[in-house]
Structures are given as structure tokens and as C-alpha cells.
Write a protein that binds this ligand. Sequence first.
Ligand SMILES: Cc1cc2nc3c(=O)[nH]c(=O)nc-3n(C[C@H](O)[C@H](O)[C@H](O)COP(=O)(O)OP(=O)(O)OC[C@H]3O[C@@H](n4cnc5c(N)ncnc54)[C@H](O)[C@@H]3O)c2cc1C
Length: 393
Amino acid sequence: MTDAAELKRRTADLLAAYPPPDTDRPAFLRARFDAGLAWVHYPEGLGGLGAPRTLQAVVDAELEAAGAPDNDPRRIGIGLGMAAPTILRYGTEEQKQRFLRPLWTGEEVWCQLFSEPGAGSDLAALGTRAVREGDSWVVDGQKVWTSSAHLARWAILIARTDPDVPKHQGITYFICDMTDPGVEVRPLRQITGEAEFNEVFLTDVRIPDARRLGEVGDGWRVAQTTLMNERVSIGGMRLPREGGMIGPVARTWRERPELRTHDLHQRLLKLWVESEVSRLTAERLRQQLVAGQPGPEGSGTKLAFARLNQEISGLEVELLGKEGLLYDDWTMRRPELVDFTGRDAGYRYLRAKGNSIEGGTSEVLLNIVAERVLGLPAEPRTDKDVAWKDLAR
Ligand SMILES: Cc1cc2nc3c(=O)[nH]c(=O)nc-3n(C[C@H](O)[C@H](O)[C@H](O)COP(=O)(O)OP(=O)(O)OC[C@H]3O[C@@H](n4cnc5c(N)ncnc54)[C@H](O)[C@@H]3O)c2cc1C
């Protein structure tokens, strides 16, 4: 079993062979992947060493101290947090070898083609069709809210391959090349003025069967791995104390005593404590994940994350008074990365609105917690045994 001492030794060897000041960024990241120090809990040969996930912190600390470049995880969150665990679990050996290395180094950005205009919370109702033709699938349909599609080389895609069976059964999971003819990406401008996400039109897109992930018709099960990991990756990021939304408002509180009131003080203290509890709960969840795949607990973390981000950014706007109503820039940007705690208070307040929608709405996550964590009676589902083609739309 690889332990902390062994990881430190391997990290020192990597730094000696590829000194950060003399090595360009992609070359360093590729070497780190090949040394098994990318994500230590992944298998050997795929960027890891089969070590406990918690030991990643040992490697990260050594590399940070040496000034080594990182893979800018916020820029490639969908690849790291969603595509990679799904490929690891369901991919063929060839797929793992082809996709995981450039995904981790950030040389290939990924996006997620799941939501559709008529299928968001009820994702299994999706209508994008994939029809088999020889060794390929021909895909037609429309996806929406696709974050980073304008930057992405690859997408994880779910499509309907059998309309004659109930909706959860006729779905198949694919890897789609975003540079293929027939893939059209159009920006969607959001409340912040930015266009982080897009609508994506798929017209006669040909996907080789070799880029199917999992069995034909088993796409819903494969997608569960993506969705469970998505919730952990949105709500369960590793953060230092005051590393999240509470950071900027706590700083303003300390630096601007003239803004303080007793009422805001009480609310800030309460939110500070809740943020800390939420941060430590996410840490505990990550430690539980050492043993396997995330379960419905990730939904709880993501729920708390969305609620706190909205309450804290609201408090910050109140604290700043008139200043809080200013907005720095309405020009439509296409950001390379999304930082919920970045820019100014107005941006943070507006961007936080999306936190209770992206990665599953808070209402839907509450349903998951009710049914799968608390064991409460399930919502009535009348469409479980009806063929997808016969559902009302
Ligand atoms: C910033 C952002 C980024 C996103 N990025 C991506 C992406 O990269 N890829 C992708 O595929 N999708 C992405 N999404 C889409 C996101 O997953 C969906 O918006 C979300 O799942 C909700 O679906 P919907 O918008 O169709 O709303 P609907 O499902 O139509 O929901 C409308 C309202 O009804 C409520 N509701 C629905 N069903 C229930 C129920 N059973 N019980 C109680 N209430 C219910 C919802 O909570 C919501 O308030 C993104 C969304 C946002 C905001």
C-alpha cells in the first residue's frame, strides 16, 4: 500500500526530473500524470497509484511548496468531477487510456450534454435520438444550459436509443466529439451578463460505437455515476476556512467597520458558523468517498452550498448598501472558468441564483434526500411503466 512517505519520495523524484522553473506547464502535468501523482486514488497507469484518496493532500502540498503548476481544476471541473469518474467506472481500457490523461492535464476540456428544453429535472424524459447505423450512431436533438460547450473538445452525452420502452430504460451514454460536423454551439446569456453556458444543436452527428460508455440501454445507470459525482463536485469542494462565499463578506466586515450594524453582525455570525459546519461536513464526505462512489449524501452537501451561497451573497449586498447595487460590467463575457466567489458583490449575488438550479435543483435534491436518505414515501410516479413514445409531452 502506498503511504505518505512513499508519495513524498515520488513527488521529490518528479520535481528533480522536471524542475518547475525549467519545465513547461503541459510537460510537467503530463509527467505528473505518468508518475501516478495526478489523482493518487486512480489506478496505476491512469494517473494514480491506487492509494487512499485522502493522501492526495500530501502530494498537493509538496508540489505547491515547490511552485509547481497545477491543472487549474476550476477550468476543467466537468471533466474532473463528472466525466472522469464515469469513464473510470464504465469505460473500456482503450477509452480510459485515450481520454483520462488529456482530461486531467486540461489539454482537453469537457462539457455535459444532458439537459434539454423539455428534460431538466425530469432528465429521463430526454428526446435527443441516437439511431444505430453500422458501427456508428447518428444523433439528432437539442441540448441546453451546456456549460463550457464553447471551450470543450469532448462531451458526455445521453440520448434515447429505444423509444418503445419506459423512459429510464431506453437511454444510452456516449462520448461526443464537439468538433464533429453537425455540432452547433450557440451562447446563452445569463442574469450576470455572462454566457457561461450554451444551447447545443446536434444534427446527424455520427458517433462511433467505440465511443459508447456502458451497455446500450443502460445509460440511465451510467448517468447516475455522473450526477452523484456532480453534486459532490459542485457542493463539496475542498476549501480552507473562509475559502467559500463567506470569505469576501467576512473581509468586508473586518475592513469596513463603518458598515456594521448589530442585526447584520448576528446574521453574519450565524452564516459563518453554518459555512464552517458545511465545509467540515464536505470534508467528512470526501473522506467517506475514499471507499467508493458517492451516494445520495452528496445531495445534502449541494443543498447546503446553494442555500448558504444565496444567503451570504444577499447579506453582502445589504452590508454594502448603495455600493452593493453597483455592477462592474454588463458586457457579454465568455468566461474560461467560473468563480462563484469572484468579481464584485453584485456578481456574486446574481451568480448564486444559479447554484440552486445547476447540478439538480434544490427541490429535486430535497426529494432525493427524503426518499433515499430518510426513507420517506416516494413521490407518485405514473410514467414508470409507460413506453417513452407514449408519454404526454
Ligand atoms: C448555471 C447552470 C449551469 C448548468 N450547466 C449544465 C450543463 O453543463 N449541462 C447540463 O446538461 N445541464 C446544465 N444545467 C441545467 C440544469 O441541470 C437544469 O437547469 C436543472 O436540472 C433544472 O432543469 P430545468 O431548468 O429544465 O427546470 P425544470 O426541471 O423545468 O424545473 C422547474 C422548476 O420545477 C421544480 N421541479 C421540477 N420537478 C420537481 C419535482 N419532482 N418536485 C419538486 N419540484 C420540482 C424545479 O425545482 C424548478 O424549480 C445548468 C444550469 C445552470 C443554472
